[in-house]
Design a protein around this ligand. Structure first.
Ligand SMILES: Nc1nc2c(ncn2[C@@H]2O[C@H](COP(=O)(O)OP(=O)(O)OP(=O)(O)O)[C@@H](O)[C@H]2O)c(=O)[nH]1
Ligand SMILES: [Mg+2]
Length: 464
């Protein structure tokens, strides 16, 4: 499908309806209608005061009215926002109904809309329409999805920047450079005496493009990590106070705390909003040698959590010395994950017995019995800032972008040897460059298969 000029299929004209706000508690709910008949359908299920007709109202106006059922019985008093094409999100006629947030009311309004000819929207269908109408490109559409699901301030900022088109601009720049190289390759057929010069120019340009792609791909795994939210795992020996610290940071007694070593048997996850960022805290089973098979399984999970975590809060019990076996475990953790460890010496309220020289880092001394533990929050914040500083690009790639960039890079690298031969096979060079261009157009969605497009929008929620 080539979308240089956006195509409209008839099913994309049909009027669709969906609840755009999440179900659950809250005063108001927003139901959106978009499509050729959106205004007529909204008019047929609403009553405005003074016998005003909704379809006669000018674009971008808001009206207080009632939604009525097919027996003319009132369903709810609502606000109706009328927006005419093309100046709408989808580029189509749109009516947004702000109703009271009651599930029966919402279902009744949607049912009436369907009775009057609308159909239920699929996942991401409003955004897909905005894309098909050329309002936004695919990279911006994906940014909307990321924006909704952003778990940290950093990812939020980056998806906003991507929505503004920062990533699209970089891809368009790459595309222009590829088109220039293609033009040089094509020109070589006409200007045979300058053939060699073209070859040189093309290879220089392609090397530059490869460098730009490498820059775009840089830090992809870190980006993925931040996109999924920050995982913070409490790891350490039994009885060190992992669950106590986990509960203290959470501000609730989520994990069981007892003086019995080996209390936590499985990993426990809980979410926490800290200064507008979402953290996932994970309490884990204490690390020790045991013959108990359930505990062994729990310990295995602790190691997996340590591996997956962005930050490890490695806890030691300051009121006792580490056993040689524990010392070995902590040292191994440092060897593998030193960059993501925050070492915490817990139980600072008790007499100190831990030998601070035994591990390669000075621990933060804290206690769950006073407010000293709050230093852990500050250190976590510092570590997150450190991570986000490494993300230089103003946008975040997703797996689709990464794979396409990788494909593009490989296609261009494969081209380079052709340009070093004595008689450069320009037809072949042009062929490969066109192929590479196809790859970059797929990124912005200028040229993309229906199937690939559906896959992108399937990730969205209904109503977006
Ligand atoms: N004095 C003192 N006791 C603490 C502190 N933190 C935890 N404890 C006690 O240490 C014991 C073990 O605490 P937990 O939080 O269950 O330790 P854990 O590391 O989760 O232990 P496992 O789940 O068995 O691996 C409990 O009796 C806690 O009350 C602290 O800061 N000071
Ligand atoms: Mg525990």
């Amino acid at each position: 499908m080539n979308l240089n000029r956006p195509l409209l299929y008839s099913r994309d004209d049909e009027t669709i309806v969906a609840l755009c706000t999440p179900q659950g508690r809250g005063a108001l709910a927003l139901i959106r209608l978009s499509g050729n008949d959106a205004r007529q359908i909204a008019a047929s299920l609403s009553l405005l005061p003074h016998n005003k007709k909704l379809e006669d109202q000018p674009s971008h106006t808001i009206h207080l009215g009632w939604i009525i059922d097919h027996n003319q019985q009132p369903i709810d008093q609502v606000m109706l926002s009328v927006m005419c094409a093309p100046k709408t999100f989808t580029g189509q006629d749109t009516v947004e109904i702000t109703a009271h947030n009651n599930q029966f009311i919402i279902e009744a309004i949607i049912e009436q809309a369907v009775r009057q000819g609308a159909r239920l929207a699929h996942e991401g269908e409003f955004t897909k329409r905005a894309f098909l109408q050329g309002k936004i490109d695919l990279l911006q559409a994906e940014a909307i999805h990321d924006l909704i699901h952003a778990q940290t301030q950093a990812t939020l900022k980056k998806s906003l920047s991507q929505l503004e088109g920062s990533f699209s601009a970089r891809i368009n720049e790459l595309e222009k450079e590829l088109i220039t190289t293609l033009a040089w390759s094509e020109a070589s057929f006409e200007f045979l005496d300058e053939e060699e010069e073209f070859g040189q120019q093309i290879s220089e340009k392609l090397s530059l493009i490869i460098k730009k792609i490498a820059d775009l791909k840089k830090n992809f795994s870190l980006q993925q990590q931040l996109r999924q939210g920050i995982r913070i795992a409490f790891i350490g020996a039994v009885n060190a106070g992992k669950s106590s610290l986990f509960n203290t940071l959470l501000g609730q007694k989520r994990s069981i705390v007892t003086s019995i070593a080996g209390t936590t048997r499985d990993s426990i996850e809980a979410g926490l909003y800290y200064k507008e960022n979402f953290w996932t805290l994970i309490d884990t089973a204490g690390l020790r040698e045991t013959l108990d098979s359930i505990e062994q399984e729990g310990i295995q999970r602790s190691y997996e959590e340590a591996h997956k975590a962005d930050i490890i809060i490695l806890v030691i019990d300051g009121s006792r010395r580490l056993s040689p076996q524990e010392h070995g475990v902590y040292t191994a953790l440092f060897e593998n994950y030193h960059h993501k460890i925050i070492l915490v010496q817990n139980k600072a309220d008790l007499p100190e017995a831990y030998d601070a020289r035994s591990l390669p880092r000075t621990p933060l001394k804290v206690s769950c019995t006073d407010s000293s533990w709050s230093i852990i929050e500050q250190k976590i914040e510092e570590k997150i800032n450190e991570l986000t500083r490494q993300l230089e690009s103003p946008f975040l790639l997703n797996k689709r972008h990464y794979n396409l960039l990788l494909g593009l890079e490989q296609k261009i690298i494969a081209l380079l040897p052709l340009l070093t031969s004595l008689a450069i096979p320009y037809e072949l060079v042009s062929y490969h460059l066109r192929d590479a261009l196809e790859c970059s157009s797929e990124m912005t969605g200028k040229s993309i298969s229906e199937e690939a497009l559906d896959k992108v929008f399937k990730e969205f929620c209904v109503g977006k």
